[in-house]
Design a protein around this ligand. Structure first.
Ligand code: ADP
Length: 185
């Protein structure tokens, strides 16, 4: 499964709950990168500046990173919820190629839909280190430019389900499971 949505849409919170519900791995590329920064690895040193500026880490780094992770036995047997990947057209094509290599298929791509005004307010309120006003604006405009077009990409493949992300957390979670269960049935 793939979950897409603007930064601040509640993707991270809902993804944790969904992974628990469906017994799959939650793979957040943002979490992977933040852990690398924390540990001071080579990847972390490359990513830190880009992340703080609200930019995107290169596809040449992200695609092999995800390809390597999804080939591991836990994901091969139990599945994965991808959170934060793909974010660009090249990453989407990379995902298609890696799944084909592994003989796996996507079940659903969820668009967790929350309007720009609402996510901006939410992000200003959460105060994460990379949530400066400038970085937020940059991330949101990159989302509209690079990631929003992926909605069409998934729709063309019959995989897209749009879920309203406004409202109580539990209510949003129910909408998500309804969309996924409908797809799995
Ligand atoms: P947000 O949704 O608020 O951007 P994430 O945790 O998904 O938070 O990502 C944090 C940062 O990590 C991004 O702003 C970006 O710099 C980097 N990042 C995460 N996933 C990707 C990706 N698939 N491609 C490129 N950069 C990524």
């Amino acid at each position: 499964m793939v979950i897409l949505g603007r930064q601040g849409s509640g993707k991270g919170t809902q993804s944790l709950r969904l992974a628990a519900q469906y017994g799959c791995v939650h793979l957040s590329t943002g979490d992977v990168l933040r852990a690398a920064v924390e540990e001071g690895t080579e990847l972390g040193r490359q990513a830190a500046g880009i992340m703080n500026a609200g930019g995107l880490v290169g596809d040449d780094v992200m695609i092999p990173l995800v390809a390597e992770r999804v080939a591991k036995p836990d994901i091969m047997s139990g599945g994965v919820l991808l959170d934060g990947f793909p974010r660009t057209a090249d990453q989407a094509n990379g995902l298609e190629a890696m799944l084909a290599d592994l003989g796996q298929e996507l079940t659903i791509a969820i668009n967790l839909d929350v309007p720009v005004e609402e996510v901006t307010e939410r992000m200003m309120a959460r105060g994460r280190e990379d949530d400066t006003e400038e970085a937020i604006a940059r991330r949101l405009s990159l989302y509209e430019e690079q990631t929003a077009p992926l909605l069409d990409w998934f729709a063309e493949r019959g995989l897209l389900a749009t879920v309203d992300g406004l409202g109580e957390e539990d209510q949003v979670f129910s909408r998500l499971t309804e969309a996924i269960d409908g797809r799995m049935a």
